[in-house]
Design a protein. Structure first.
Length: 190
């Protein structure tokens, strides 16, 4: 899901055909990588898993029995090759659910680090929301400008020492007003 297209970025930058699509695509992908983790999605973090021969159990740190349901298809990522992919929930408890996995070793309960993701059907297409598209384009432009002139973020009082902080913590802060209605409260800890 690209929030900004290469053509949109090319037009906004006014670079015509000066740069290859692949170069601009890297910038667009980077903007998605910055923005998408902060948007509200129908997913939960997997903190641990265990398995027997054909059943895998995924564990969560929040109650999930009202989030997921038996028979629902979820997409698992970041939990290991036996667990990853499109899976159907076969049983559910308050803090875990079971899925069918490929036969293999029995594994005891152990943590997944970094956390994996269990994602259910998405109800919002962020590529159709103008505020999200504009925020993505603005981040893409900032990333592009930082690549072309990395010290353009500001200067010190004496006017000689450039500031390298254009890609710092204010990158997302500059577009937070556009994103506010769509931000996942779980992403704003700290």
């Amino acid at each position: 899901m690209a929030l900004t297209t290469v053509a949109e970025l090319r037009t906004a930058l006014g670079v015509g055909s000066l740069y290859a699509d692949a170069t601009l695509q890297e910038v667009v992908d980077a903007a998605d990588n910055v923005l998408l983790p902060f948007l509200w999605k129908n997913q939960q973090s997997i903190i641990a898993h265990s398995s027997d021969d054909t059943t895998g159990t995924l564990y969560f740190d929040v109650p999930i029995d009202k989030v997921f349901y038996v028979g629902q298809t979820v997409t698992i990522s970041g939990a290991g090759s036996r667990f990853n992919g499109s899976k159907t929930i076969t049983a559910i408890n308050t803090y875990d659910f079971n899925i069918t996995i490929t036969a293999g070793n029995n594994n005891p309960y152990h943590e997944v680090n970094p956390y994996g993701i269990a994602a259910a059907e998405t109800y919002t297409d962020y590529t159709t929301i103008p505020a999200i598209q504009e925020a993505s384009l603005m981040i893409s432009i900032d990333i592009w400008q930082s690549r072309q002139a990395p010290s353009s973020g500001g200067v010190t009082i004496d006017g000689y020492a450039p500031s390298p902080f254009r890609m710092g913590n204010t990158l997302l802060a500059r577009v937070r007003g556009l994103l506010a209605p769509y931000l996942d409260p779980r992403s704003m800890v700290g």
